[in-house]
Design a protein around this ligand. Structure first.
Ligand code: ATP
Ligand code: MG
Length: 557
């Protein structure tokens, strides 16, 4: 990750291209302050790509002393729902941002309708009776011009009447549309008389049945930006071909000139980000829900134990690119480790236990050790850890026939039990199948930390006292897909073919008792194992923890 760090630092000093534009605009007087917007369509839950856009829009405004609106692009009642509105607001707040205003494209339906009439009056829009297929066919191709609609030359009066009747519900869905009159031979296909309005009788989650005509994205977005006086309307690259249309409407309507700028959308390895696919994963039960800790949704990542700080750091490290690219999932993991390593409380937990019995320990004796919750603050808060003669250790921390440089426990070998004594392996007990069931050790009373001279041994392992252990259900979470580049999978295969069957393994684990009293509210570190966060599925007697990240980069380069 060294490379990433260096690039990140370099990028911090240099302005990204949008910052350059903003600084030029402020210097030239095109604008005197910065107003951005985050414009989600409430048709699904936000994902990490949206988080990038949120951090960018809010981050730029913050940097230049400006503000950011949240605007729900609710122009398609068929797929939208208030459930999504609520989750989007929650996610933006969780990321740590406050919007100046909460707006809805539907707030502007009346104004947009009036502006459509303005264009009709200027002879720049007309009602078309062609079917969807006829309109598509008439549009031509990249290499051949389109043909004018037979309805293109309707009079202003007729167009105004028909458009009003569209609004009044006199026509069926698809019977009529309103189109801008631009140029059916324009090299940019989007300018070949694009649709402005279509008829849709679905119930709208805010305006109910008041409207049965809805503006298309292109006739809504720029106009909404303009109404709010958005200075920098930032969107993803695929909208660059829409920009001439964005500008055309604003110019012809003679309204406040917002400007659109495009940056590369964020893609991440080993996952999919299209809302359609995420919805399918949820609906078909491939995951537990939108907030399944394996999902790239913001609520999923949150449930996974990621912090807002780590997501903001990620957005910063990713930077602002002009060309599409796919970011390695390991960068996201690096960011959460960076944050949690600094802040998280430490506890010991054993995920794959084998019993260690100390044969020279007095029966019934319990000793209590203290350890800092966070090693970065050795004088800070501490937790108490009970120690006794029967312990769980990690199966992997013992090897009967170890390789040369194995410093953990082995027959005849010594190891320190973290924060406590040194033990020596004296005997290994196995069942009839040859599985190790118990490791018998003796402890060295003189090796107690703080009691006399410190004796060092090469290995230190973590442990949990059997009598005081809290049993946990632990979800070992891994990548959702097996393929890094899910956007370029083999032709003829479905993205679901690449679901990782091992994306979530549930195991029983044992933890020191203080873990369940943790009040930090963020993920904790299981020492030597990784970062884990308590899940909302926990019930008294069955605490559930999700694995947030490993301690080290587990990706093979
Ligand atoms: P999807 O294609 O996943 O359904 P969308 O683009 O339709 O997403 P919107 O709700 O319209 O979703 O997006 C809101 C804002 O977030 C837009 O400005 C959009 O450009 C931005 N955005 C969406 N996906 C990404 C991404 N992967 N990276 C960066 N920005 C994104
Ligand atoms: Mg969209």
């Amino acid at each position: 990750m060294e490379e990433v760090k260096n690039n990140g630092e370099a990028a911090e000093k240099q302005l990204n291209f949008i910052e350059e534009i903003i600084e030029n605009d402020l210097a030239s007087g095109r604008c005197t302050s910065v107003l951005t917007r985050f414009p989600p369509e409430p048709n699904g839950y936000l994902h990490i790509g949206h988080a990038k856009s949120i951090c960018l829009n809010f981050g730029l405004a913050k940097k230049y002393g400006g503000k950011t609106n949240i605007r729900f692009d609710d122009t398609n009642p068929t797929k939208e729902d208030v459930e999504y509105v609520d989750s989007i607001k929650e996610d933006v707040k969780w990321l740590g941002f406050e919007w100046a205003n909460e707006f809805y494209a539907s707030d502007y339906f009346e104004q947009l309708y009036e502006w459509a009439c303005v264009l009709i009056r200027k002879g720049l829009a007309y009602v078309d009776d062609q079917t969807q297929e006829e309109i598509r066919a008439g549009r031509g191709t990249v290499s051949t011009p389109g043909v004018n609609s037979p309805y293109r030359d309707r009079s202003v009066e007729e167009n105004l009447t028909l458009f009003r009747q569209m609004r009044e519900g006199r026509f069926k869905e698809g019977e009529k549309v309103l189109r801008a009159k631009i140029d059916m031979a324009h090299p940019n296909m989007l300018l070949r008389d694009p649709l402005m309005y279509r008829i849709n009788y679905s119930h709208h989650h805010r305006t109910g049945n008041k409207w049965c005509i809805y503006p298309m994205y292109d006739f809504a977005h720029g106009q909404c930006d303009s109404i709010e006086h958005i200075t920098h309307s930032i969107c993803t690259l695929e909208f660059d071909v829409h920009r001439p249309l964005y500008d055309w409407f604003i110019e012809k309507l003679e309204i406040y000139p917002s400007h659109q700028y495009e940056f590369a959308r964020l893609n991440l390895t080993y996952t999919v980000m299209s809302k359609r696919k995420l919805l399918e994963l949820v609906k078909n039960g491939y995951v537990m829900g939108w907030d399944d800790p394996r999902m790239p949704t913001i609520c999923g990542i949150r449930r996974r134990g990621y912090t807002p700080e780590s997501i903001r750091l990620f957005a910063e490290k990713v930077g602002v690119a002009k060309r599409d690219n796919t970011i390695d999932l390991s960068l996201l993991e690096w960011c959460v480790r960076e944050d949690l390593n600094r802040r998280s409380n430490r506890y010991m937990a054993v995920l794959n236990p084998v019993k260690l019995v100390i044969t020279n320990w007095e029966k019934g004796r319990v000793e209590e050790f203290e350890a800092p919750l966070n090693p970065a603050e050795p004088d800070g808060a501490k937790r108490k850890i009970p120690f006794a003669g029967e312990l769980y250790i990690e199966r992997d921390d013992f090897m009967e026939e170890p390789p040369k440089k194995y410093f953990r426990l082995k027959p005849g070998g010594e190891v320190r039990l973290k924060y406590t004594y040194i033990v020596k392996c004296e005997e290994v007990i196995k069942d009839s199948d040859g599985n190790i069931t118990e490791i018998r050790c003796t402890y060295d009373p003189a090796s107690k930390p703080g009691a006399g001279e410190w004796r060092s041994v090469k290995g230190t392992i973590h442990w949990v006292s059997v009598a005081d252990a809290e049993k946990l259900e632990v979800r070992l979470i891994d990548k959702l897909f097996t393929e890094p580049y899910m956007d370029s999978i083999e032709e003829g295969r479905d993205y679901k073919d690449y679901l990782n069957p091992d994306s979530m393994k549930v195991v029983s684990a044992y933890a020191e008792p203080a873990l369940l009293k943790d009040e930090s509210g963020i993920a904790v570190q299981f020492e030597r194992v990784g970062y884990f966060v308590k899940d909302r599925d926990s019930v008294p007697g069955n605490p559930v923890f999700n694995k947030t990240a490993a301690l080290k980069d587990t990706f093979k380069k």
